[in-house]
Design a protein around this ligand. Structure first.
Ligand code: NAG
Length: 179
């Protein structure tokens, strides 16, 4: 009986020791074929992130509240975090040596991180400042050139429309020229 228990214990130990080795992956390779698969996966994930970011962006731009702003900032920060993680993997591929110009083009673009390269706190600060500027612009009211009592005009789209019309004088008066 003792011997059986001992055997079982040893057997379990052997399985436990062997298990991690079985899970070992072969060393990762970065061939052009691997790169194509990587791009397919990454593009699909980036698409999802961009889509969520665009929806949150639109929800804020069309309905400026603190809640829509917080949501937009959160989604943008998540997207930036994802981009930064993906970038670390992207730059491991020796993409300049690949044959397919379409693959090289995508890697070239993905290897430039832009604002997402900032540390998280700095990225969030930047995004918040840009959003505040959008808020100021979108909610600003100005007075009509001819009727100074009428002071409920929006810069968007009202002033933009008057820019594209031929009326010169209101343009001179436009506060946008002072920006
Ligand atoms: C605007 O956003 C708030 C959340 O801050 C939401 O409750 C409200 O329904 C939204 N309004 C419109 C018109 O979408």
């Amino acid at each position: 009986m003792r011997a059986v228990t001992m055997c079982l214990a040893l057997g379990a130990l052997a399985v436990a020791l062997a298990a991690p080795q079985q899970q070992d992956q072969p060393a990762k390779t970065y061939t052009e074929e691997d790169a194509k698969q990587y791009l397919n996966k990454l593009n699909a994930e980036l698409l999802q992130h961009s889509n969520m970011a665009a929806i949150a962006e639109w929800a804020y731009a069309s309905n400026i509240t603190d809640e829509t702003l917080q949501n937009k900032l959160k989604v943008a920060a998540d997207t930036a975090r994802f981009q930064k993680e993906a970038w670390k993997e992207t730059v491991k591929y020796p993409w300049t040596t690949y044959k397919d110009p379409n693959v090289r083009r995508q890697f070239k673009k993905l290897s430039v991180l832009g604002a997402a390269a900032l540390p998280e706190d700095k990225y969030e600060k930047l995004d918040k400042i840009v959003s505040d500027m959008q808020n100021v612009y979108s909610t600003a009211k100005i007075c009509d050139f001819k009727n100074r009592e009428k002071c409920d005009l929006n810069l968007e789209p009202g002033e933009t429309t008057s820019f594209s019309s031929s009326s010169f004088r209101p343009l001179c008066y436009s506060p946008l020229l002072l920006l």
